[in-house]
Design a protein around this ligand. Structure first.
Ligand code: PGA
Ligand code: ZN
Length: 441
């Protein structure tokens, strides 16, 4: 059988709408073989300052968030530069996009333009080979999906606060992980019960007020710790052993309420310095079955990030999101400083798949774990599920257990689990035992 002709024939770009009703970029890559691939880029709300730039038009329409310039770049400069390139060589294609933009953070063409093309190209190449995307990505990584597939441990939001809920709580994500589950499907079943019971707890307290940006319950609490207490109650009432079967994961997103070593907890009307915040988090870790904390300190507070890692890094997954922005160089820097032990991987923080993959490679080199993550502004696009499985990352965070832009991803992972059958291993509790940076502590 001859290999399919995976060279790019032409690109299509269109404006579609994300889960917040805002404009975003969809790209379609058409190959000589006739195969096509399509992808939609997501958008964040609590962004790190070192993320690649999402190009927005400004002006009056749609709050300045239109993407006509990014679309024009796909149709114009990018199409001219990549037409004829072979999508089977993702690294070369992405290198072309990086060189064409020519800035360190995609500020000329927009990471929303480059990432849409990068992801759509991967989909097209996979389709040309008659493979699901995760299998195509796995093959490029040298992972035999029929023998060695790894299904991710999900991190699922139950209450959504911070920038995703009008700052109703200072802490952004109150999530669960189900290390005690035997399969991905079972982890979702358990989460469904916890999510349901959390809603009942809110209802009983007269605090049920709808859902936040990522589908988590709107956190109508009097203090940040009250949300933790309600989450623990929901885990127990759903019938699970806290910590063993179901544990708590937090995204503090501290850059949203702190800089220069000062942290303002608006909900509680008090201000903490870095060590005060560290103390509060360590106290929470004693009282609640917490296994993972993301961005415990602000992105400009690297020394305190390292102090927190020193204090808790052996027993806790400490995740850098705004702090590391999926950047390979920042991961190496953080490892040298002993800050964090895990990196969040969000492709739109970089603007190409290959740069995101380079970050995952850097993480493995320095002994960090990783979590593939969605953004708060999402769509029906499920590419990140394929990345988590195809790259064998082991963890996946896509928001809560409601709203179809979230469920599309969980449901796609279920389909892949079914398709892989017994050849796939569920990351499960092993996630917390296979992080060398934590053992090093
Ligand atoms: P964002 O938040 O997509 O709004 O930036 C998600 C996160 O902080 O993990
Ligand atoms: Zn985050």
């Amino acid at each position: 059988m001859t290999a399919p002709d995976t060279r790019i024939h032409h690109l299509v770009a269109r404006r579609v709408w994300d889960s917040r009703g805002r404009p975003t970029v969809e790209a379609e890559v058409h190959l000589h073989s006739g195969a096509t691939g399509r992808a939609i880029v997501p958008a964040g709300a609590s962004r790190g300052t070192r993320e690649a730039l999402e190009l927005r038009d400004g002006g009056a329409a749609f709050g300045g968030l239109d993407v006509q310039q990014a679309l024009a770049h796909v149709r114009g400069e990018i199409a001219a530069a990549v037409t004829g390139l072979d999508t089977a060589d993702q690294a070369a294609l992405d290198a072309r996009l990086v060189a064409l933009d020519g800035t360190p953070n995609k500020q000329r063409l927009g990471a929303n333009a480059t990432l849409a093309v990068s992801m759509a190209a991967a989909h097209a190449a996979a389709a040309a080979h008659g493979l699901p995307l995760y299998a195509w990505l796995g093959r490029q990584q040298g992972i035999d999906m029929q023998a060695n597939a790894l299904l991710p441990l999900p991190q699922i939001q139950i209450f959504g606060g911070g920038a995703h809920a009008g700052r109703r709580t200072d802490i952004q994500d109150f999530m669960v992980q189900c290390p005690g589950a035997a399969s991905f499907a079972e982890a979702l079943e358990w989460t469904a019960e916890v999510y349901r019971h959390a809603g009942l707890v809110m209802q009983e307290r007269g605090a049920l007020a709808g859902v936040a940006d990522e589908g988590g319950w709107w956190p109508a609490f009097g203090g940040n710790e009250e949300a933790l207490e309600a989450l623990l109650r929901a885990i127990e009432r759903a019938g699970f052993v806290p910590g063993e079967q179901v544990s708590i994961a937090l995204d503090i997103a501290a850059s949203e309420f702190g800089r220069g070593g000062r942290y303002r907890l608006g909900l509680e009307g008090r201000e903490l310095d870095s060590d005060g915040l560290i103390e509060m988090l360590l106290r929470w870790c004693e009282r609640y079955p917490i296994t993972s904390i993301e961005d415990p300190l602000a992105e400009d507070d690297a020394a305190a990030f390292a102090r927190f890692t020193q204090a808790a890094g052996t027993r806790l997954q400490i995740v850098g999101d705004d702090f590391l922005v999926s950047d390979a160089a920042l991961v190496r820097e953080a490892a040298a400083a002993g800050a964090a032990n895990t990196v969040l991987l969000k492709p739109n923080q970089r603007g190409t798949l290959s740069e995101t993959l380079a970050c995952w490679r850097a993480a493995r080199e320095v002994g960090y774990a990783a979590i593939v993550s969605a953004r708060s502004g999402e769509s029906e696009d499920t590419t990140i599920v394929d990345l988590a499985i195809g790259w064998g990352v082991g963890q996946l965070k896509v928001g809560s257990f409601a709203r179809s832009e979230r469920m599309a991803k969980w449901n796609e992972a279920l389909r892949i689990e079914e398709r892989l059958g017994t050849s796939a291993r569920f990351a499960g509790a092993a996630v917390f035992g296979r992080n060398p940076a934590r053992a090093r502590g």
